[in-house]
Design a binder for this molecule. Structure first.
Ligand SMILES: NC(=O)c1ccc[n+]([C@@H]2O[C@H](COP(=O)([O-])OP(=O)(O)OC[C@H]3O[C@@H](n4cnc5c(N)ncnc54)[C@H](OP(=O)(O)O)[C@@H]3O)[C@@H](O)[C@H]2O)c1
Length: 340
């Protein structure tokens, strides 16, 4: 016996990947429902070799469904997640709405699987921000060995992190550069994204950082350890899929770069590609469609007492969103619901 699973936001970037990954990983599904807004009623989406017809979330009855993977943005989640949870369907949510609620577990299965049991508080589990998810997968095994004091991270985030509209804007602006008669002004992004980089993701906070940067700080603390200090600069780059991060880590104890490389090689969810030769590292175009978080450029930082630098790349629609949500569903099944 398998699960009755709902995917909400099935027409979006993350929702489509959720359907792909549930099929790829042969999640034990007895029945699956694809939901989106009324705008998409009747739209067809793929689930393995099957085609599903999208239903309107507003009229959907969640009663009798085991779990719902949500990727519909915070505003719609605020309306529909409590409805699903109250009907007894466990919500695994990709928006930022519930991530900072102390009663709701924020889970990256490689880092804090033990938090799964807290789902009972509200029948809701939160999935982290895409840039946090891939970073904590790399930080956790290193923290277990040498205790991290401080992290300085700069991100290079793809446009798919801003949904399907973000991808369209990069595509249309890129074409318009070669066709001066068309003008595609910034809409989803604050400035032109084609052939440019933009040091702003999400809104500004009072202290001058952006909300995306703040998310990396508080989510790392919630998932791994509140004592870890994080400072982040988040930048949008003209890449379609795959977020990259330059991460500088300061530890309590000395950690040799070779040992760090060995630890990461053994760690779950990580693939180390680190040859000190031209091209001996991973770039975002190579990670798209993959499950792993790739780590390259591991090296000592001799400007601090116990420092390591590394380069971290992952498919933001997968580990940063859909894959992590499916891994949470697998964990929930294995540890709690025990069907399938
Ligand atoms: N992209 C990433 O890397 C990433 C990573 C982590 C988390 N997330 C989060 O995941 C969520 C979805 O992101 P995305 O990138 O997939 O966005 P997207 O490509 O723009 O897709 C949005 C999805 O939400 C649905 N939706 C929007 N408003 C709705 C409403 N009022 N009622 C029901 N469905 C509604 C859309 O349905 P229609 O087609 O009918 O409009 C569509 O299926 C967001 O909360 C985002 O912050 C994204």
């Amino acid at each position: 016996m398998g699960y009755r699973v709902v995917v909400a936001g099935a027409t979006g970037n993350v929702g489509r990947e959720m359907l792909n990954i549930l099929a790829e990983r042969q999640f034990p599904v007895d029945e699956i429902a694809a939901l989106a807004s009324r705008r998409s009623l009747g739209t067809e989406v793929s689930f393995g070799d099957k085609t599903l017809t999208t239903q309107d979330i507003d009229t959907f009855d969640f009663t009798g469904w085991d779990m719902a993977l949500f990727a519909i943005g915070s505003d719609a989640t605020k309306v529909y997640a409590p409805k699903a949870a109250a009907a007894g369907c466990v919500v695994i949510d990709n928006s930022s709405l519930y991530r900072y609620d102390p009663d709701i577990p924020l889970i990256v299965p490689e880092c804090n699987p033990q938090a799964i049991h807290d789902y009972k508080n509200k029948n809701i589990i939160a999935n982290p921000n895409c840039s946090t998810a891939q970073m904590v997968v790399a930080l956790k095994p290193l923290h277990d060995r040498a205790k991290i004091k401080r992290v300085v991270v700069s991100t290079y985030q793809s446009v798919s992190g801003a949904g399907k509209d973000g991808m369209d804007e990069l595509w249309d602006q890129t074409k318009a550069v070669y066709n001066p008669t068309t003008d595609v002004p910034p809409n989803k992004f604050q400035k032109q994204i084609a052939f440019n980089v933009i040091p702003q993701i999400d809104v500004f906070m009072e202290d001058g950082s952006t909300k995306e940067e703040w998310k990396m700080v508080v989510e790392t603390k919630k998932i791994i350890d509140p004592s870890i200090k994080v400072t982040a600069t988040c930048v949008r780059v003209p890449v379609f899929v795959g977020h990259s991060e330059a991460v500088n880590i300061e530890f309590e104890e000395f950690l040799d770069e070779d040992e760090a490389r060995d630890i990461l090689r053994e760690a779950p969810g990580i693939m180390v590609i680190d040859k000190r030769e031209p091209g001996g590292y991973v770039s975002p175009i190579e990670c798209a469609g993959d499950f792993a978080t790739f780590i390259s450029r591991i090296r000592q930082d001799s400007t601090v007492e116990n420092g390591i630098n590394l380069w971290c790349v992952s498919d933001n629609l997968r580990k940063g969103a859909a894959l992590n949500a499916v891994q949470i569903a697998e964990l929930l099944g294995r540890e709690v619901l025990k069907k399938g």
